[in-house]
Every structure is written in structure tokens, then in C-alpha cells.
Ligand binder design. Sequence first.
Ligand SMILES: C[S@@+](CC[C@H](N)C(=O)[O-])C[C@H]1O[C@@H](n2cnc3c(N)ncnc32)[C@H](O)[C@@H]1O
Length: 235
Amino acid sequence: MYGPLCYDKTMKIDILTLFPKMFDGPFSESIISRAVKKGLVSIKIHNLRDWAKDKHKTVDDSPYGGGAGMVLRVNIIDKAISTLKSEIPKPKTILLTPTGKLFNQKMARSLSRIPHLILICGHYEGFDARVEKLVDEQISIGDYVLTGGELPAAVIVDTITRLLPGVVGKKESIKNESFSKDLFDYPAYTRPEKYRGMRVPKILLSGDHKKIAKWRKEQSIKTTKKLRKSLCRAD
Ligand SMILES: C[S@@+](CC[C@H](N)C(=O)[O-])C[C@H]1O[C@@H](n2cnc3c(N)ncnc32)[C@H](O)[C@@H]1O
């Protein structure tokens, strides 16, 4: 478990998984770990096997009709969701699946305003298809297949957490970054001023903040048009 059990102001995220230890790395360092310590977010990792009844803690089975892999059982996931829902009403339940809606910054912003999220990670062959009927939303982090939903859940929690008030030190970092305004971020430079023949653009050394802001905006538009024209509405 990461963070205090404080439900009023703290955003609460519950993650259902077969591999709780996979979250030790991503949540124990840097900005996310500090957000947890400050009580801005509470992240609880639950082992789906805790809802299994038999002595072997079975949570999955082979697919009806034959075929490869193991499929997570609908009754186990239903029990897990119901337990968490009984603790705090009206959470948003999200199933991580490669066939879900593609995750982006806009979705992250809207999820960051929801007080309680439950993220469900599949593994092996995935879920019994009836699990889809138990959840509010299905999300994919990209058009590729991972071994499990743990990395997608970590990506989503990271993206959402840094948008919560007080998590990232300077508000401007979030206000001006890529995808915040249909534009990529402007290029940043720091010391040394000259490196292997490459110089920092002169304008950034000028001290003229109005001109610097104008240059940065132009660079943002230029980069976005070059790398992702579909995103750019700044003509
Ligand atoms: C090996 S995948 C199952 C793939 C599934 N049989 C299919 O072809 O769509 C196991 C689990 O990893 C997670 N997963 C894999 N790729 C993902 C992605 N791109 N986005 C979100 N979750 C993903 C899901 O939870 C999924 O149930």
C-alpha cells in the first residue's frame, strides 16, 4: 500500500493485479513517491488472489472452446470491484486492455478530476469478456500488446498524479508542456552555452523576456507542425 487512507482531499487509486510487486519501482521514486508522502494521492495495490476462495488461490482458467493461455475469471474480478466499491461509493472502474480507448493527455486531465479510480490489470490471455460489462471504461495505452496491465496502470497513474494540484512544484511546468494546448513544448537549453559546435540560440541569452516568449511560441508551433501536424491548431 502506498500512501495514507485519507479519502476526503486525497485522490484515491486502487489497482487490482496479479503482480503487486511490479509497482514497487514506478511508485517508489521521484514525484509520485513525494505526492504519496504528502497525502495528495493514495495508491493501493491489491492482489487479485486475495479474492480467490480455494487453497491454491486460483483466479483464472483455460478458455471455453479451447485455445492458448489463461483467462481471468469474471466472478473474481466482480468480487474485488464490489469490495472496493463498498468502501467508497461511486468510483470509476477502468479496465486496461489493448482494445480500449487510446489514452491521451485529455483523458488524463479528465481522470485527474475523479476522486476515486479503480484500475484493473489483466495478465496472460486477458479477461473473461463479461468483465467488460462490469466496468465504466476500457483504456489502452497504445496499439501494441504488453504481457500485463501493470505497466499501463503505472503509466496512467503517473500521468494523472502529476496533474493533481501541488504535485509538480511549478504550475507553469504543467500549463505549458506538450499536449497542454494542442502544441508540443518549446525546446529547452541549459549550460554549457556551446557544446561540440552547437550553440544555445542567442535570443535565450538576450534577457528580453518578451522576445523570448515570442520565440518559444514560434518554436512550439514549428515543432508541432513538423512532428505532429494533426495536433496543431495554432495557425
Ligand atoms: C497479453 S495481454 C492480452 C491480450 C489479448 N489476448 C488481446 O489480444 O487483446 C494481457 C493483458 O495485458 C494488458 N495489456 C496489454 N497490452 C495493453 C495495452 N496496450 N494497453 C492496456 N493494457 C494492455 C491487458 O490488461 C491485457 O488483458
